[in-house]
Design a protein around this ligand. Sequence first.
Ligand SMILES: [Zn+2]
Length: 172
Amino acid sequence: MINEEACAHLKRCVTLAREALEAGDDPFGSVLVDGSGRVLCEARNRVVTRDATEHPELVLARWAAANMTLEARAQATVYTSGEHCPMCAAAHAWAGLGRIVFISSSEQLSEWLVQFNAPAPPVRMLSIQEVAPGVAVEGPVTALVGAVRELHEKRHRVNGKKVLPITGSFER
Ligand SMILES: [Zn+2]
């Protein structure tokens, strides 16, 4: 069950995803929150405007590894607009971060990409738990899935036509 605080963090992820879309990147956003509920770091997808591996979850895992103690990382939660891709799930686990709460699942995104006639991503869309079975995961968060789907639809369709291929990322 998602409480009010978690819902606020997830809504912030949607806002970051919208900012990414408006900048020409893929619509994914993520927030890193410490064990006391304080927001430590935010990131949005920059796979077009920076580099093809710049997924927000990878940015947060690297930030955490560089700036937090092992104990603090284990207590932290990453909120994210879409489930981590395998690259980001692995980075999250290697960094020793705690819980993940995502809005839409990789399975949902896979279905949407088919519906939008977008090319399949270059990486198999495994669930977080297939990549990092020790990480506690919560999602999808049904109340916000529609907002995330809408951003992905805008990324891939204009006036019902596909205009942009997915750029090396199926992820947030
Ligand atoms: Zn990723």
